[in-house]
Design a protein around this ligand. Sequence first.
Ligand SMILES: [Zn+2]
Length: 221
Amino acid sequence: MIIKYINVQCSMCEKVSSQKKVLSYSTLGTPNLDLKPNGSITSIASSLNKCPYCHYTNYDISQTKALKGFLEELEYKEIVNNKNLSEDAIKAMLMQYITNYFRDYNESYKWAIRSSWTLEDINEKEMANRYKEKATDIFFNSIFIKNLTMLTQAIDTARQIKKFDFSSKMANNTKKLLELCDNLVEKEKHQIKVLKYIEELCINKDSDKHNILESYENEVN
Ligand SMILES: [Zn+2]
């Protein structure tokens, strides 16, 4: 991972702080069915800026102007002051809170998923599942335009929180819909395999993490 530090002025409190900027990073191996990269995912949230004074968090805290109200919300403060969490988990969760507060549901969904991943990495399984719950709620209730990759990710996230019935139905319906289409491209054929595998895992009541490669091995057997 290549990192540099830059001085950034917070647009909320106008104080200057040094912020980490991740220039490049590498991930190893096959991602999970929910697209969580294999190995450490530290880099996912560490590229976010977080003001050490007012705790405003965003991609770039100098550029983004927002209403200050949420900084005083109890839930926001509770995340900031949670001593059991890693700095990356806190950043991801604050970003999820802010984007949800401003009803940016695509971003809010994305950061709910990422919060759950950073929480899994520090063994906060229960809290990770709460974020998976948030993610599936946002995805199926608030996001209007969905794409196939995101849909598959949300279906697998539902499986991980043991919503087996819902997850298998969604996987099956999406798979069938794809199979009805002519001229499928590689990406869609790949999603059919992944969806088929998710459906089988649901039938076996398996809520563990599994990787994408297994869906191909599963097909051969
Ligand atoms: Zn600030």
